[in-house]
Design a protein around this ligand. Structure first.
Ligand code: ADP
Length: 398
């Protein structure tokens, strides 16, 4: 395949991030990246910068809707000032049980992904909107869905099966797992010296952890939805189902409509819980670290709960892997919050995990384990856009 510009689109509830790579054969070169941020506000941000970091666009337009936001991106990329994309890769959080392979997007595929919006309600609505708009605004250009669940397709049934009646399993209820593009990018960066027994902790606003044997995922903490697994910024993570029933019954007293009550419950577990719920302060680790310095006990408890949960999960994955060669931290907290890394690892000496405090005191890629550690501990930033480009190139040449 000759070299082609590939556009990567990564949409969130209030932002659309994008990048363009020149890709062909084994060559990948990022030409530029950008974002529209603040969708739903009068003072949004729209920027594009080239590979050297030079800002090519830097505007603060009103962004009343996602349609205005995406049109800014499409108009800029179709203006002739930038290389027009020859293919588009869409980061796709979940496609439901019928879409587990990365593939070319058709209107039928978009309908299928949309029908499973409940699995990723924060991400899917804007993603399917942008897929439809991309087909319309970039006519004739192939679009591909690259799934966050794809990396987890190798997880055995004993881990994906939920212990619930089969009728719900047949509706698609199972462990899908998320952050898969990030995990895949860590495995990609570790090759060709990929350790056999690997645990990766992707700790960002959403947080998850995966057990990977010989490059294949064997278990991951997020489940049917990104709300499952470890506690994160504003989500519960795994929780006694009796807690959900208790809260639902409280909500139902003032909300007799079942759908409305379920939506209120969803807000509690996805937006008002996690670090934000326990700290009653913020979902953001930087705010919590500042508050801890000021002696805020609730912030301390929230962060302790976060690190304690992750340490327990690491212990259970060491058992699943029957040992551990390497532990990798990634994501905004994993890459930057040196204190979380040391607090998580503090009680894991018995598993052979020992950090070097000085090495740990860095931000960004590094090996942070002590010489005496039986397990190598590393910090590796994810390369999600590059992974999406790799899938697009593979699918185009297939
Ligand atoms: P998302 O899941 O939205 O992609 P990120 O991977 O960007 O999230 O991670 C966001 C989290 O990373 C926030 O909790 C933020 O406080 C934390 N974070 C980012 N930079 C730092 C830092 N320098 N120190 C501590 N925490 C940080």
């Amino acid at each position: 395949m000759s070299s082609l510009p590939v556009l990567v689109l990564n949409s969130g509830s209030s932002s659309i991030k994008f990048s363009v790579y020149e890709a062909g054969g084994g060559q990948r070169c990022r030409l530029f990246e950008g974002a529209v941020d603040g969708i739903g506000t009068d003072l949004g941000k729209f920027w594009i910068r080239d590979a050297s970091g030079k800002k090519l666009v830097d505007e603060t337009p009103p962004l009343p809707s996602r349609s205005v936001a995406f049109k800014l991106v499409a108009d800029a990329l179709n203006s002739g000032e930038f290389p027009a994309p020859a293919a588009i890769g869409h980061r796709t959080v979940c496609g439901g049980p019928g879409i587990q392979e990365n593939q070319r997007i058709t209107p039928g595929i978009i309908d299928e992904i949309e029908s499973y919006t409940d699995l990723a309600p924060l991400h899917t609505p804007i993603a399917v909107y942008i897929m439809r708009e991309a087909l319309r605004l970039f006519p004739g250009i192939p679009n591909f869905a690259v799934l966050d669940t794809y990396f987890h397709r190798t997880i055995p049934e004993v881990a994906t099966r939920m212990p619930i009646p089969t009728e719900y399993v047949e509706m698609g209820v199972r462990r899908y797992g998320y952050h898969g593009i990030s995990y895949e990018s860590i495995v990609y960066q570790l090759e060709p010296e990929l350790p056999e027994k690997l645990i990766v902790a992707h700790l960002g606003n959403g947080a998850s952890i995966s057990a990977i044997r010989k490059g294949r995922c064997i278990d991951t903490s997020m489940g049917l939805t990104p709300t499952g697994g470890i506690i994160s910024g504003s989500r519960t993570g795994d929780i006694d189902p009796g807690v959900l029933l208790f809260i639902l019954k409280q909500i139902a007293r003032s909300t007799p409509d079942a759908t409305e009550a379920a939506e209120k419950l969803e807000t509690v577990v996805s937006k008002r819980s996690g670090l934000a719920g326990v700290s009653e302060l913020s979902n953001d680790m930087r705010d919590l670290r500042e508050a801890i310095k000021d002696g805020n006990a609730k912030a301390r408890l929230a962060v302790d709960k976060f690190c304690w949960t992750i340490a327990r999960w690491i212990g259970s994955y060491v058992a699943e892997l029957n040992g551990l060669d390497m532990l990798v931290f990634t994501g905004g907290i994993g890459e930057n919050d040196t204190a979380s890394r040391s607090e998580i690892c503090a009680g894991l000496g018995a598993l052979g995990i020992v950090l070097d405090p000085e090495r740990n005191n860095v931000r960004g890629a590094a090996t942070i384990s002590a010489e005496s550690s039986a397990v190598t501990v590393r910090v590796i930033p994810p390369l999600e856009d590059l992974m999406i480009v790799n899938h697009v190139v593979r699918l185009m040449s297939a």
